[in-house]
Design a protein around this ligand. Sequence first.
Ligand code: ZN
Length: 183
Amino acid sequence: MKIVTAPEPVLSQKAKPVNKVNKSIQRLIEEMKKTLLTAKDPVGVGLAAPQVGKSLQIFIAKPSDKSPFTVFINPSVTVLKELTTETPPPSKKKPQMKLEGCLSLPAIWGEVSRHPFLRVSYLNEKGQPQNKSFKGFIATIIQHEMDHLNGVLFPKRVLDQKGSLFKSKKGEKGEDTFHEIEI
Ligand code: ZN
């Protein structure tokens, strides 16, 4: 499947709930997994159905090479640990530290603070109800993908949080270099 990029309208729409986890939904999920695995530069860690042109409440997450896919259908999120004022402000000087990116916004990166600990109710790919807690990197991915289901792309979060946005470019040795862009 082709990953759609901004400003494709489907990316700014609210996705519709899945009525029934049937064969065609399961096929779509399989295609999404294959599509995510083909994203190598940068490596894809999550993909939401609107990013393949389907306005449905489905996303998949795969935080690392070795981790399995987690499939979320009709998810709803409860924040268990809020961002607090103790959360250190995003660094202005080290864009390589922890930048969020998106397969639908090639070469754009931004500083986004996400809640560290969540509980998510969702259906898995078999249509079974799940209720699980997530923390760390997968919690960040979940919040990024939830935003996709609500038609929100991460630069909005960067803007809301007054963070910095960067554009990456390949250097001579194929390494990524970053420079800050105006929002
Ligand atoms: Zn994204």
